[in-house]
Design a protein around this ligand. Sequence first.
Ligand code: SF4
Length: 405
Amino acid sequence: MRVTDAFPLVQSHLSPSTASEPRIQGWCPGALRPMPSGDGLVVRVRPTLGRLTPLQAQGLAGLAQQFTSPVLELTSRANLQLRGVCPDSYPALINGLRGLGLLDEHADVEARRNLLLSPFWTDSDGTPAICEALTLALAAPDAPTLPSKFGFAIDLGPQPLLRAGSADIRLERMGDQVLVYADGANTGACVEPAQAAQTAMELARWFVASGGVVNGRGRMASLLQRQALPAKFTSTPAPKATAQAPTVGPSATGMVVSLEFGQLPAETLHQLAALAPLRVTPWRGLVLEGLHTTPALPELITQPGDARLRVMACTGAPGCTQALGPTRALARFLAPLLPACRTAHVSGCTKGCAHHGATLTLVASDAGYHLIDHGTAQSLPDATGLDAAGIAAYLEQQRLHAPYV
Ligand code: SF4
């Protein structure tokens, strides 16, 4: 079947959006609090330090093959997601995850342990100690009740790598010290590494006490629009310079590889587990710790010029109940058509879960795909009612009229 057969709607720029509004869940799935979806339960695993030992990776691959869809997903918060879990298998899956040391004590603790790490952390940069201290503080009986999406980015490399990642409190290196600052602010508190976790918790408590949580939801950047930060967090400007993370290729930590749409077949996970410990990246890839050669596994994206690195797609239909159309077949079709300077995001609805910041966004609606040029899934569309052929024609028109855009 040609790709255009899968998207049978004709191009029409006349119809306004009739797409249903997506339902805002307001929380992320965990392992102890799975989320129902169109293809069963979604179970999200948050490995400590974003790292799987070879034994954990082997075990996780085996559990996926036994109890879930045989393809795991790498998320933009550097977690691993299992889909298609049927409620009858869920208890056995949870027992398996517990045996592998991949579970928290309680669902509340799991939900609060929302730590996004640079996958290039080292034993000496302070990440393991700060992570452990934050984990303990977030599990303590007096821990603040934070919204499910509230998170901490621990980004202690020479230059920050995680600024585009979702987080509410950011910890970055500043010489021998750590800058702790609120997302959305350009100043923070510069403290000794031993005080960093405690200072981050102080900021989290201020967030709750200042009315940052409304109906169980809230993000730091929104609160800062209506509340001034305590003086302690206004003393040191955050550095402007950031680093570009290698999407694939060698790094000091090990070989970085990627997977199309972050889809990791359990069989590939088995094979990778035999090679090295694995670190999950927030860019839907893996760092193969200590490995400096490229494994010859067909599912891996290993070349920086691979067009698949420039397309993102969420689960879409039929896996997500909110999706108004499929996403991945269209993204796969578009990848070779995109000019090298462009990135594309295909979203099953206007929530745009998978990505922010692509230069071309396609959003499924109940009447074809909306096309948004340089915007997000929520932006006003530049064209509506498109099928794959219509989108290809739009790209061709752009190439002819503005070949460098
Ligand atoms: S963006 Fe995609 S995955 Fe997220 S709710 Fe919409 S269809 Fe589902």
